[in-house]
Structures are given as C-alpha cells and as structure tokens.
Design a protein. Structure first.
Length: 338
C-alpha cells in the first residue's frame, strides 16, 4: 500500500470515528481552510495521505472511521503501517456520545502498541467549542479515566497516552499539533537550547520557530507558552505576508530556499512598546519573537538617540538570529527523525 512509509518521514496517523472531525482538522491546519467551511466537507471514505515539508518531512494520514483494520485481508498491511508511524492521533468528538469511540481507541492502542511500543499515542478531545468551561474539565476527566480503565483491562498500564482539548475554531488545534510534532523532532532538545541561548543574549521575551504554512510551531524556548502570545505571533506571520503584497505567491515565496533571495524580515511595534520580530529561516520556517527593548532612563535623551538605541539593539538581534539560522542549516543537513 502506498500508505506505508518507505522513506524517512515522520508520519502521523489520524484516526477516529466517522464525522469526528479528521478531515476538518487537516483542512484547517494544513490547508488554511476557514473553520466554518468544513461544515460542507464530505466525510472521509478512503484513506488519504498528505505530505508536508517542515523542519522534518511529515506525512499525515487520515483513515476513515469505518475501515476495519483488523480484517485478515488488511492485517499484513496494517502491521507494516503501524510499525512505520511516529504518532497515532485519535480524535474523539466530545459533543457526541463517545463510549464507542473509547472502545475503538483502546482497541487501536492495544494493536498499535504491541506492534510498535515506541509509538506516541495522542488523543484529541475534539469540538470542545460546544462545551461550557466546567463541562470541558468533566469530559476530559471522564475520558481519561475510562481510557485508563480500558487499557488497564487490556494489560496495558504502562502505555503513555497524552490528551488535548481541541477545536478548529480557536488556536487549541494548532497548539496540540505543535506539541505532537515536536515529540517527533529528534533535534528538539538541541533546538530548544539554541533558542534559550538567543533569549539569554538578547532582549527576547519569547521565541517561536514556526512552520509558516500551517502556523504550527516546531520549537520554542523553554519558558511557558501563553496562548495569547502564540496567537499574536501566528497572526504576525499573516500580516507580514499581507504587507509584503505577496499574498498569492507569498506562502510559496517564503518556502523558497533561493540563496539569492533575501530572507523576509519584518518588525512591528505594539502599543505596549513590545516589538514583534519575524525573520525567515530555512525550509518554510520563520523565527517569530517578542522583543522588549529597555531604553533605560530616557529623560536626557533625544528621540533620535532613543531611536538609534533601538536600531542598534535590533541589529545585534539580527546578527544573532543569522548565527542561529546557520546552526539550523547545519542541524538540518545532519537531521534525523526519531
Ligand atoms: P471526519 O469524518 O472525521 O473526516 O469528520 P469531518 O471533518 O467531515 O467533520 C464532521 C463535522 O464536524 C463537520 O461538519 C465539521 O464542520 C465539524 N467539526 C470539525 N471540527 C469541529 C470543531 O472543532 N468544532 C465543531 N463545533 N465542529 C467541528
């Protein structure tokens, strides 16, 4: 089957019952579809595979809910399939009766884990936009408890399962995918170290390394992620593409690795004095950061002196970010996947 991973890609398998939201997630995250437009999507009826180039090569496979993987005719292929994937992402529709889904996910986890004990198991408690704040927590607790019990019954108490509350109507789906993909990046600890160093030597408050197309961040420094900061930085990518008047070809242009093309850079000052900083990296990635420049005591300085100070600091930042980009290139040349 052409679903089997023959080359060196980190593959994510997306599963779940019919209408749980698999196609919508793919369309919104990887094809910039507006969430409301997913209302009219055809339900998945055959396995589909999408490939993405990011820091690592990624493939996301979507399997239709009804497909019975455990029929003898499918058995051989599904064994190969599960042994080749990095993460199993199982989507549960939290607005629907989910007991069937829980039985289904436990069965799939049992199967996947026996074939490939290194597989990451990720459960999306999806469509939470329809649930009240309190009910979300109750639902999460209930699902975690029941999945835990089912796995215990199957003798799989050692299996690590991660849960995420998601919706395509806000940034939670991007946050979940960011964390899922980061687990598949072999170089992540090294990357995080580099980003921490950048923070240490500059005036950065927060740095994300974004995949421009999907707005998934493949790495960030070790300070905690605040969803609002993420949103501001993700939106800045769109603004930059708009501003450059590149919208039609913008995404492609940003993906070009033409050595003669100057990398796209953009700087913008927010009302509170924080500066948004974007610098294009390799392989469709962009470094987006929040910078806080402290001018110290400005009472004796002219506006020009203040501006010059900001300029100097920004050019130091530019220099350091270029050094980071070089490290990234080196890292990429010797890159592997987990
Ligand atoms: P699939 O069969 O698993 O591929 O499911 P679809 O992607 O076709 O989604 C089924 C329905 O769920 C569609 O009408 C989507 O608009 C809806 N849907 C998907 N994600 C969300 C979500 O996060 N919140 C809400 N409220 N609806 C969603």
């Amino acid at each position: 089957s052409d679903l089997i991973n023959k080359d060196n890609k980190a593959t994510i398998l997306l599963m779940g019952l019919r209408r749980c939201g698999k196609s919508s997630i793919c369309k919104v995250v990887f094809h910039n579809m507006q969430p409301l437009d997913t209302l009219y999507l055809e339900s998945t009826s055959k396995p589909t595979k999408e490939e993405f180039k990011s820091l690592i090569d990624l493939a996301v496979m979507e399997l239709p809910g009804q497909l019975n993987f455990f029929e003898p005719s499918n058995f051989y292929d599904s064994e190969k399939l599960f042994s080749s994937i990095g993460a199993l992402v199982y989507v549960i529709d939290s607005q629907d009766e989910y007991l069937n889904a829980l039985t289904n996910v436990s069965m799939i986890v049992e199967y996947a884990y026996r074939i490939n004990p290194k597989i990451h198991i990720e459960v999306l408690i999806h469509k939470i936009d329809g649930l009240s704040e309190d009910f979300r927590m109750d639902t999460q607790r209930d699902i975690m408890q029941r999945v835990g019990d089912e796995l215990l019954d199957l003798g799989l108490e050692g299996v690590q399962v991660s849960f995420y509350l998601t919706s395509i109507f806000d940034h939670s789906i991007y946050e979940a995918f960011s964390r899922i993909i980061q687990k598949l990046i072999f170089e992540l600890p090294a990357l995080e170290n580099l980003l921490d160093l950048l923070i240490q030597y500059n005036k950065f408050e927060k740095i994300f390394l974004f995949d421009i197309n999907s707005k998934i961040y493949v790495a960030t420094d070790s300070s905690p992620v605040d969803i609002q900061t993420y949103e501001v930085c993700a939106e800045f990518i769109d603004v930059t593409i708009d501003l450059d008047g590149l919208y039609e070809t913008g995404a492609e242009k940003l993906l070009l690795e033409d050595k003669n093309n100057k990398p796209i850079k953009c700087i913008s000052k927010l009302k509170n004095g924080t500066i948004l900083y974007l610098h294009q990296m390799i392989r469709g990635l962009a470094l987006v950061a929040l910078v806080r420049i402290d001018n110290g005591d400005t009472s004796n300085l002219s506006q020009k002196e203040i501006d010059d100070n900001v300029k100097t600091q920004l050019s130091i930042i530019d220099h350091n970010v270029c050094v980071f980009k070089k490290s990234l290139e080196k890292m990429w040349e010797s890159s592997r996947i987990k």
